[in-house]
Design a protein. Structure first.
Length: 263
């Protein structure tokens, strides 16, 4: 069940226990609640910036480029998260997803730009997520205060109904806390390790037999393809011969039905 982090826990769910602290929505983004419900200043969160990039590089030799890349990765303490190679009639492609420590991202990009091959395209982006991270952190701290309050209230619950309602509130808060902590871990991972998508491209040299194909050869190839398509269509029609056998019987039944209708 998806739970909104801004959801305020209703106080009327618990009838015989002390009310919980003020709703998180009423708390400033610069403060969090203490265990007594009094706002206190929280530590300032450092700036959180996610850096990503993608590069397309033309190389003369894929294997040689791979060796160069491995040296660059080791130098910048980076690693390959995903690797995909594709060999076609016209070119070779090696696609790499690289994770690198945030502080080494620029150096890694420069190394690829200067020493691997000819850069065909390069896109670098930065996304400041400090506000989102701070907002989630404060809400998370407040929800943990709520959780402790409800756990204390559970100990003094007078009826089974109150106990069940408090347990349901505790369960919902625990789910919200898990979601928030997971989001913070994800942001930390993307901030601490930047992602660079690298595509190595090597165009294959065509042989003289294939590089000098003229109009006449193309015309003959087109006629051949057209004939092959016609043969395939004709054979497909022939494969339907059992249905053709049923056609006279269907016509006979239709005429018989029509004659009865006329009478």
């Amino acid at each position: 069940m998806s739970v909104d982090l801004m959801e305020v826990i209703p106080e009327d769910k618990v009838s015989s226990a002390p009310p919980p602290p003020p709703p998180p929505a009423e708390i400033s983004k610069a403060s969090a609640l203490t265990s007594t419900g009094i706002p206190k200043k929280i530590d300032t969160i450092s700036r959180k910036v996610i850096k990503n990039g993608d590069m397309r590089i033309q190389v003369g030799d894929i294997k040689k480029a791979q060796s160069q890349i491995n040296d660059i990765l080791n130098k910048n303490k980076a690693y390959i998260q995903k690797e995909q190679f594709q060999n076609t009639d016209t070119d070779d492609h090696l696609d790499l997803t690289i994770r690198v420590p945030h502080k080494n991202f620029d150096e890694l990009v420069n190394s690829f730009s200067n020493g691997v091959g000819s850069v065909l395209s390069k896109n670098i982006s930065s996304n400041d997520v400090t506000e989102e991270y701070t907002d989630i952190s404060i809400k998370l701290a407040n929800k943990k205060i709520y959780l402790e309050k409800y756990r204390d209230m559970l100990k003094s619950a007078a009826t089974t109904k109150d106990m069940l309602e408090i347990q349901e509130n505790i369960r919902e808060l625990e789910d919200e806390i898990d979601v928030a902590e997971g989001r913070l871990r994800f942001i930390d991972d993307r901030v601490n390790y930047s992602t660079l998508e690298v595509s190595l491209y090597k165009e294959k040299v065509r042989s003289s037999a294939t590089s000098k194909i003229g109009f006449g050869s193309r015309f003959i190839d087109s006629l051949t393809e057209g004939w092959n398509g016609f043969v395939s269509f004709f054979l497909g029609i022939i494969s339907l011969w059992p249905y053709f056998l049923l056609l006279p019987f269907i016509v006979f039944l239709w005429r018989k039905w029509k004659s009865r209708k006329n009478k």
